[in-house]
Design a protein around this ligand. Structure first.
Ligand SMILES: [Cu+2]
Length: 470
């Protein structure tokens, strides 16, 4: 199997994306995907949001609402190795930076290296909303003391709304590893979309009474959500907050992301009910259409057995990412059900991971046995430390090699990713009979599939149809 496309420093490459006519209109996320360097590129700013327009934007109540993007990103920094006054993030090695002590271990040895790749924690980190910092994190550098980051709330942006006004917030969790349970103080949240695909009808999530710490919306890294807020008739300041969560290795403290100031003369605006059906994903997959059930488990172990340079193994189904291997082969147009969970092999403690797949999104069927509303279509879903997330997807239109991975970028970079191959109709039977055989046995099919992928040339390895979170 061919390697992935790499654009070397100083090189140029032009990508042309043809948006299919039935592409769901919504909020999307783009960033580079160079294996091993995704984190350093995203955490230093090479990422952003894309809005695709369509039917949802023409719903009268939505069209009338102001649109406010809430793009959350993070910037991770380490002290420079050469300049004591400089904070930087240099891709100089691929190893685990200790969350306490502020040093790097390579193959178990403490080194003098200070910057470089990490498995998710930075000596200094800023969380940004639309490019402006709202929260700062540092790490305690005393070995043996608390590992959790030391947080500081910074001043936040304030959005004004008239009493009764409806605003459409479009939120992207573009942070490299932070799962965010979101609430809007004192307000119902009228959610209309996840991951760029709108629901068939508005879902109203009631305001939380004070002391109720349950999220109105859960956004793992790479998740997007559109939601409407109808401002209270009571003027005042209301906060959009990320609640504290402890589903990851380190506790993520509560953060105020922004404020809504309800002020001025009232404006009684209406909320929509039914929404246009995003036709590409409908009709929804019926259980009778499922051709295969697969079990996908995020696994790993600390200290590492496989990736001793990093110091911890971050795996899927007990395998580290191998660029030229294809552990999963699926057939074009088949519907499959995948059962996602977290394995129990972390010596360092179990944590949740966001599952993300390229090319086609999936419908979230259930989370820990709790059925999700029909039409919950996402391309990223938080897989909690315990339990199972069931998703269903159909491999539509495009063939070729692609990937699924944990969207905690430092986990993905050190191996928590796998290739999968979508085979066209002429090879489909082949895939069914060889799906569990060795790589060598389906080499022939893979070569012919490469010639079917778009943008293949003699000088470049093949380009996969889509390489963004979509
Ligand atoms: Cu992960």
């Amino acid at each position: 199997m061919a390697p992935q496309i790499v654009i070397k420093p100083g090189d140029q490459k032009e990508y042309v994306f043809e948006i299919p006519k039935d592409h769901s209109p919504g909020l999307n996320f783009y960033h580079p995907h160079k294996h091993g360097a995704t984190t350093v590129q995203v955490i230093t700013g090479m990422a952003g949001a894309i809005i695709v327009r369509g039917a949802i934007d023409e719903v009268p109540e939505i069209k009338a609402a102001r649109e406010i993007p809430l793009v959350v990103q993070d910037v991770g920094l380490f002290p420079s190795e050469t300049d004591p006054n400089l904070w930087t993030y240099e891709p100089v090695q691929n190893a685990m930076w200790q969350t306490f002590g502020g040093y790097v271990t390579i193959k178990g040895e403490r080194t003098k290296l200070r910057g470089g790749f990490t498995t998710g924690d930075y000596q200094l980190r800023y969380f940004l909303l639309n490019g402006q910092a709202f929260y700062r994190e540092t790490h305690n550098d005393k070995p043996g003391e608390a590992q959790d980051p030391v947080g500081a709330q910074l001043p936040v942006q304030r959005f004004q709304m008239a009493p009764g006004e409806v605003v459409r917030f479009r939120m992207l969790n573009g942070a490299s590893d932070n799962m965010m349970p979101i609430i809007v103080d004192g307000h119902d949240v009228h959610q209309i979309a996840m991951d760029g695909v709108n629901f068939p009808a508005v879902r109203t999530i009631p305001a939380r009474p004070s002391g109720d710490m349950s999220a109105q919306i859960l956004l793992a890294s790479a998740n997007r959500s559109d939601f409407l807020v109808k401002a209270s008739s009571t003027p005042g300041i209301y906060r959009i907050r990320q609640l504290a969560q402890n589903q990851q290795f380190l506790v993520s403290a509560e953060k105020i992301i922004a404020e809504i100031e309800v002020t001025g003369p009232p404006k009684d605006m209406a909320l929509p009910g039914k929404l246009p059906i995003p036709e590409r994903l409908y009709p929804l997959i019926q259980p009778s259409e499922i051709r295969r059930i697969r079990v996908i488990q995020f696994t790993g172990t600390t200290p590492a057995l496989i990736n001793t340079t990093v110091g911890g193994d971050y795996l899927i189904n007990n395998a580290i990412y191998a660029e030229e291997e294809v552990p999963i082969v699926v057939n074009l147009n088949d519907a499959e059900e995948w059962h996602l969970s977290v394995g129990m092999s972390h010596a360092g403690g179990i944590e949740g991971h966001p599952f993300h797949i390229h090319v086609n999104p999936f419908e979230v069927i259930s989370i820990n046995g709790v059925a999700q509303p029909p039409g919950t279509i996402q391309d990223t879903v938080w897989v909690p430390p315990e339990g199972v997330v069931v998703v269903r997807m159909r491999f539509k239109e495009w063939t070729g090699k692609s990937v699924f991975h944990c969207h905690i970028l430092p986990h993905e970079d050190v191996g928590m990713m796998q290739n999968f191959l979508i085979l066209g109709p002429e090879k489909a039977g082949h895939a069914a009979s060889h799906a569990s055989s060795s790589t060598a046995q389906f080499t022939t099919s893979i070569h012919s599939v490469e010639s079917m992928t778009p943008n293949t040339s003699t000088t470049q390895p093949p380009v996969w149809p889509i390489c963004t979170s979509r």
